[in-house]
Each structure stands twice: as C-alpha cells, then as structure tokens.
Design a protein around this ligand. Structure first.
Ligand code: DHA
Length: 133
C-alpha cells in the first residue's frame, strides 16, 4: 500500500556523545538510515570546548558523531552526507584539515556553510546522515 511504513522510528542514545542541550535526540533511525543531531564541540562529560581552536572543535564534534555511530555498530564509512555549520567561513581550511582525519577514503557528500550563530557560542556544529547497511 502506498505510504505504508514498515520500519519504525527509533531514538538512539549513547554516553559516548554529549546529552542533547535542547529538545532533540542525539540521533534517530528507521533501520535503514540514521540521522545524527548537530554535534557541537562538547565532550560526552559535558565540557564545552568553545574556546578551543576550530581544529579541536571539529575533532570533538566528529568524535561525537563517531560515538553515536558506534552505538549502532556503524563507522564513519557508513556516513553518506555531512553538513558542517561554522560561525566563520574563514575557518574552512582549519576545519577541513581536521575533517580529513576522519574521512580519508571515499568521503561522504558534504555541505559547509557559515551561519550567524551556533548554540552555546561554539564555532562549529556537524551533523551526519548514515546508511545502516
Ligand atoms: C545542538 C543542537 N543540535 C541543537 O540545539 O539542535
């Protein structure tokens, strides 16, 4: 039947990424595809790295993405699409250098954009869409 849904939405929760700082889940999946929330440079213990340079902030954001994927038995190789939000596009090269550490071969599609402000005053926020297969 058209519009029939066979896979239910499921919320993913892990201690390997920071708790949500607002009304959202760390990630959701329907069993085929997984969406992470935008990950900011906050450690799983809740330490905010907003004063660190973009290299460090990018690494922590991606460590959080990685932690969420690992909760589901996935790796960064499962990632299909990434969106990187920065509060200053001049940070692009620095962000990209750290980013490359996580996606060496066949990197996912990506959009990288400057936005006016990010939650908690951080410099970067990164979200990912991954295949669960
Ligand atoms: C940090 C977020 N992902 C949010 O506030 O939606």
């Amino acid at each position: 039947m058209a519009g029939e849904h066979t896979d239910m939405k499921r919320v993913i929760s892990t201690q390997d990424a920071p708790e949500a700082v607002g009304a959202y889940s760390q990630a959701t999946t329907n069993g085929n595809i997984l969406f992470t929330a935008g990950q900011i440079p906050m450690t799983p213990d809740g330490d905010l790295l907003d004063d660190e340079d973009i290299t460090v902030q990018t690494r922590q954001s991606l460590e959080n993405v990685k932690g969420i994927l690992e909760e589901e038995g996935l790796t960064m190789q499962n990632v299909l699409k990434v969106t990187v939000f920065m509060d200053d596009i001049e940070d692009f090269d620095e962000m990209n250098d750290s980013y490359k550490e996580y996606f060496q071969d066949n990197p996912p599609a990506r959009s990288a954009v400057e936005v006016a402000n990010l939650p908690k005053g951080v410099g970067v926020e990164i979200e990912a869409i991954a295949s669960t297969e």
